[in-house]
Design a protein around this ligand. Structure first.
Ligand SMILES: [Zn+2]
Length: 364
């Protein structure tokens, strides 16, 4: 077998891009985390922050996420990290992004999401003149349950900004069953929000189907477990429901290793080990495991894929790096261009000034 090209073609690197699965709180670069913790009386070096940004499994990642968000205490903290992320996105040629905000965590900490969101909007606004258009997803935490999730939808309704384009749920997908959130998603749809859910990341393909059939999810966060269910892959392709695929994230949380084990990839453990809940060690650096990511198989099955970073700072990645990884999994340059186009096609609220002629990408 030929070794896939490890380099990102310059033409792909230079294309304007959209990013649709990106958490604000997972995008805080170590230097900015150090500034935040110092602001709140906890001086840390960047090196100490980097050590916190290292995990052996999904549970440890969630712990690190809780730790970093514990320093987001005032609206001005949110303004700081929004500007930081926006500057980073400009380096990646991103012209449009849908940024997920952990409103459920703000509520847990007794904060006023509307005040934080006003600060975020004010910080984002000047970037439009520099060609970066941001929209927002209000996100609830699955394990906190449906009543807390409803408070997230109500916060979106109270604020009323048209820049809030969607409601989503993340967190532990093995906790509360999807059916419990039916009323929450109905309410979100009734106030004009699009519907998102993280599913099929550490959970099985059934979680993806439930998110779509019970809750009306219009895009799926991760969804890589679809590779284990051919009927579901047909369903996603027929219904044109995109998967927001974040390869490096999957590697760093161990989600990819679980999928590969379930697929029976040689040397990657066994289905029984996965089902027993035992997690394999996440790989430290991209390499042989990442190359086996199911991205090409999902994409070539006709399932729309939007390539994303998830939590770029916490997973030590960038959007350009994700495209490079996609290349390394075996996608051709025209296929990479199709991925770029898909992120615009499946955006929820693309302003005309950020729209780009995706047809010209396809034609070449
Ligand atoms: Zn995510």
């Amino acid at each position: 077998m030929d070794m896939p090209d490890p380099l990102l073609p310059p033409r792909i690197a230079a294309l304007p891009k959209a990013e649709l699965h990106l958490h604000l709180e997972g995008s805080i670069q170590p230097a900015t985390v150090a500034a935040l913790t110092a602001r709140h009386g906890v001086p840390l070096t960047e090196e100490e922050v980097r050590r916190r940004y290292s995990y052996r499994n999904f549970a440890e990642f969630i712990e690190a996420f809780k730790w970093v968000t514990s320093f987001l205490r005032e609206p001005q903290d949110y303004a700081l990290i929004t500007a930081d992320l926006a500057e980073h996105l400009l380096t990646q040629h991103v012209v449009y992004a849908e940024i997920t905000l952990s409103i459920g965590v703000m509520l847990l900490r007794g904060q006023q999401p509307e005040a934080n969101f006003d600060a975020i909007l004010a910080a984002a606004e000047p970037f439009a003149a520099r060609g970066l258009h941001l929209r927002f997803v209000f996100d609830a935490v699955r394990q906190f349950g449906p009543e807390e999730a409803m408070l997230v939808v109500e916060a979106a309704e109270r604020h009323g900004s048209r820049q809030i384009v969607a409601f989503g749920i993340g967190g532990d997908e093995l906790s509360v069953p999807a059916a419990a959130f039916r009323g929450v998603y109905d309410k979100a749809a009734s106030i004009g929000l699009r519907r998102l859910m993280h599913a099929g990341e550490v959970g099985g393909p059934g979680k993806i189907r439930e998110a779509i059939e019970l809750l009306g999810a219009e895009r799926i966060g991760h969804g890589i477990a679809a590779i284990l269910d051919p009927a579901l892959m047909d369903f996603l392709a027929d219904r044109r429901i995109p998967l927001e695929v974040c390869p490096t994230s999957n590697l760093r949380t161990g989600a990819l290793q679980r999928i590969l084990a379930a697929m029976g990839s040689p040397g990657r453990g066994s289905l029984s080990r996965m089902l027993s809940g035992e997690q394999s060690e996440p790989e430290r650096e991209p390499g042989p495991i990442l190359r086996h990511h199911p991205l090409p198989a999902l994409f070539r099955h006709g399932i729309p894929v939007v390539l994303s970073t998830d939590d770029p700072a916490m997973f030590h990645t960038t959007l350009a790096e994700e495209y490079r990884v996609a290349r390394e999994t075996g996608l051709s340059e025209p296929e990479l261009a199709q991925l770029v186009a898909a992120s615009f096609e499946f955006a929820f609220a693309l302003p005309p000034e950020a729209a780009r002629p995706s047809a010209s990408v396809r034609a070449r």
